[in-house]
Design a protein around this ligand. Structure first.
Ligand code: ATP
Ligand code: MG
Length: 503
């Protein structure tokens, strides 16, 4: 971290405020981000972190106050202008064009500024160089839609580095990454800060805040409540600052002896993505699915749910063989799936929070007539339980913060009354308090005799919430770890193949 008094802050925020209709998203924020530091921004969902970063990146125009870069006041001219001034931002929800190639995405919007025509070959060479910097080994000509989430995130990062960045903003960059990928990202971040680049880093993960951060700013209700060097904080204090109360138990779980087998999967397969998967989940159980990104966990869930119907194998619920040709069949049979990518197949962004919550199971007065007040009641109940931050449940989902959008999708599946629930990275983007509420709800589902499958890349969640953990590798279930034998080492060894990772 730079301590030289002569060096002006890379970014200085002077009295920044940002209002949206009915919401004060950012309220009179004054702070400085120094060259060479990792400045972490933490706080509950909806606290204003992303909005503040969008003000710096000139995506959102502030309602009051101004921004200084290297001691110079800058006028608001839009994101292209901010990029040219050396502000690079990797957004919470990626903003890549799925139908363009990796190389095209990297240089989109930059070509005109470079004065003249860039050859395909030169573009590819430049792309290769950038991709190498972020350790991504894909063909620059590949369409972005064909990349995994983790790969897309790398492309976003490479795109950010395509400009000579002085300030790099990362909005929850590790939400989609496994621990190994997170370590690789940290390596890149450390290299950049060593070159004097200022990094603004939004995160909900306490462990990584302490690992990568130099200073932490905590926001609540749009305002800054504290900025401290990480060395002066501990986890309990940080949680206290974030949620304004003590969160006694991050992982509330009452383990019960499991009941009858509810979900039984036999020899399920789809292409190479899922191979010969067999397992069962009993009433009252929460079974974890662990594995590296690309190991086939999401593909397995999608096959069970019929999002990509399996080409072999059988799924049974309470002993009855199900015919699932698509998600509608799965929902009708009593299977719910909370997807990992809420933006693409989870939320209807233009629709209200209430409609989004009741979408999978509409309350009806009689056939053909939706019970609108029932819908509102359900939405209000979920808003309270999960603390969804929105001025009214009629507001469209796209006005919510990232974590609150995730809560809306979660609420939908909690309301379906499904017997089997597949949760794919459900806590992604949620603050610690909200996660604790979510796990409480999950525990309640188990207590009511439902069968729950929990996919998570964050091992502490699996180790604390699950009865058993299935570990996937290369599309197969590589092994099962019972609760008595839970340890990170066991799971990691199974996930990576223990002796080598070149399989
Ligand atoms: N375009 C918009 N229209 C209306 N309200 C908005 C808009 N964008 C953000 N908000 C509101 O501003 C507040 C702050 O949102 P922001 O996205 O900055 O939160 P955040 O701290 O990034 O939360 P999260 O951890 O969930 O990502 C929220 O109440 C949100 O609903
Ligand atoms: Mg956000």
């Amino acid at each position: 971290m730079a301590t030289d008094e002569q060096v002006p802050p890379a970014v200085a925020l002077r009295g920044i405020g940002k209002r949206f209709p009915g919401v004060v998203a950012v309220d009179d924020v004054n702070l400085e981000i120094l060259p060479g530091e990792v400045h972490v921004f933490a706080g509950e969902n909806g606290a204003g972190k992303s909005t503040l970063m969008k003000v710096i990146a000139q995506v959102d125009e502030p309602s009051s106050g101004h921004v200084e870069l290297d001691g110079q006041r800058v006028a608001f001219r839009g994101p292209g202008s901010a990029r040219r001034l050396g502000i690079a931002m990797v957004h919470q929800e990626f903003a890549l064009a799925p139908d363009l190639s990796v190389a095209e995405n990297l240089f989109i919007g930059d070509e005109p500024g470079r004065g003249g025509w860039i050859s395909r070959a030169a573009e590819r060479r430049a792309a290769r160089g950038l991709l190498d910097r972020v350790g991504l080994d894909v063909d620059p000509g590949k369409r972005v839609a064909l990349l995994s989430t983790a790969e897309q995130q790398r492309v976003e990062l490479a795109k950010a580095l395509a400009v000579q960045a002085k300030v790099l903003i990362l909005d929850e960059p590790t939400a989609t990454l496994t621990e190994r990928e997170t370590e690789e990202l940290f390596g890149i971040v450390r290299e950049l800060t060593a070159q004097g680049i200022a990094v603004a880093y939004i995160s909900h993960r306490l462990d990584e805040i302490f690992e990568i951060g130099d200073r932490v700013t905590v926001m609540r209700d749009g305002a800054v409540v504290d900025t401290s060097p990480v060395g002066e904080l501990d986890e309990a204090r940080l949680v206290q600052l974030m949620v304004g109360r003590d969160v006694a138990n991050l992982y509330p779980r009452n383990h019960q002896p499991p009941g009858e087998v509810r979900l039984r999967v036999e020899g399920l397969g789809r292409g190479d993505a899922v191979r010969d998967a067999s397992f069962e989940v009993r009433a009252g159980e929460i079974v974890g699915l662990a594995g590296l990104v690309g190991a086939g966990r999401t593909e397995l869930a999608r096959a069970i749910f019929g999002a990509e119907p399996p080409d072999r194998g059988v799924v049974r619920l309470d002993g009855r063989e199900l015919r699932i040709r698509g998600p509608a069949d799965a929902i009708a049979a009593g299977i719910g799936y909370l997807t990992e990518s809420r933006k693409t197949d989870g939320l209807a962004l233009q629709l209200g929070v209430d409609k989004n919550i009741t979408m999978a199971k509409l309350p009806m007065l009689r056939p053909g007539l939706i019970d609108l007040s029932g819908e509102r009641r359900i939405a209000e109940r979920q808003r309270e339980t999960l603390r969804i931050r929105v001025p009214s449940v009629g507001r469209p989902a796209n006005t919510l913060s990232g974590g609150n959008q995730q809560k809306v999708v979660l609420a939908r599946w909690l309301e379906t009354g499904a017997e089997v629930l597949l949760f794919d990275e459900p806590g992604r983007g949620m603050d610690v308090g909200a996660k604790s509420e979510m796990f409480q709800q999950m525990d309640l589902l188990a207590e009511r005799g439902k069968a729950v499958v929990l996919i998570s890349s964050y091992l502490p969640e699996l180790l604390n919430m699950c009865d058993r953990i299935l570990v996937m590798r290369g599309g197969r279930i590589a092994g099962e770890v019972p609760r008595e034998e839970f340890s990170e080492e066991r799971v990691v060894a199974l996930a990576t193949g223990a002796r080598s990772n070149h399989d």
